[in-house]
Design a protein around this ligand. Sequence first.
Ligand code: F3S
Length: 391
Amino acid sequence: MYLTSSEEKMLNGENGTTLQKAIEILVALGDIYGAESLIPVKNTQIAGVSYKTIGDAGLEWISDLKGKVKVPSILNPAGMDLINWQNMNIEDNFAQKQLEIIRAYEKLGICTQCTCTPYYLDNFDVKYGDHLAWSESSAVSYANSVIGARTNREGGPSALAAALVGKTANYGYHLDEYRVPNIHINVDFPINGSDYGALGYITGKIVGSGVPLFTFVSHPSNAELKALGAAMAASGAVALYHVQNVTMEAIKSQFTLPEEHINIEQQQIKDIYISETEKLEILDIITIGCPHCSFEEMQLISTLLHGKQIKKELWIYTSRHIANKYPHIIHDIEKSGAKVICDTCMVVSPATDGYNSMMVNSGKALAYVPGMCGVRTMFGNIYKCIEEALK
Ligand code: F3S
């Protein structure tokens, strides 16, 4: 891989061991994937924040790093709400370790907002064609597919390395040839809302790490595309997809339909939803906000809960940015007894691990909660989720 003289110096340790370690990671990845050079990135999003997932070894690794990041960088959800963690059954020891992790990232100059939807932040600019180094899989999918920016699915360490160096290895989804769709997914019946999460759950298993091109009779909103991409990234490893006549890159590039073709049947979508009433008898928590809720989603939840009191636990996850910007919505939701939780989620926090069964409206949560939290998981649309919380 070609390196400039300043990159060579960094690799030789002339700028300190942190930068040396960081560029070593980027060069190793570049060599494995055949990158010709490094390219500058506009910003980074760094996973590996929850103490539940990185433990003491991760904390030690981050704490040993010195210096400051070169480009705006933001964190993925942590293991708890960083302010109201007492409100979510978090043990003291866990909280102290989690706060240490956050401080270690902060020392490196990283914005300690912890969210998988950084594209909702007013001051975290991402545009079509930008090169990024993001690591949370749903955020990667949204950046690549909905915004048309360019990022590989970075690991936590490689995103952090890119943040410190301000560059990433130029391979994969940074290059035009890897962004061409290779499988056509046709959905010839109308779908809406969480159906897109269900579709993503089904499609991810079929396409693995492919680049699907969807044709729909419905016109998905950005929130629906968010749900589709998040689920495909979890049940499969899809980091980029296109939707004919909808996503910007599909419109600009006018891709021809790939030869490999799959028709999704309506029954496949229906099968993802909860149907056995006996399962509902043991339902004890409902969670919404995977990926973190947008303002519009919070507004809908607030309307559905207006003037009502919940009977089961209802936890709603959003970014601190959204919560701070729209305090009246948070207040309205919390009047019902529901909890609005920031900085974390139902998957990366241990807070919901003790529940028996959870209802979610997210295909990604459906894919991850059973394995990562040991909680039985059911799928319902947002209306069903709220209805169950009120029963
Ligand atoms: Fe975000 Fe957690 Fe879901 S990180 S995409 S809310 S699993």
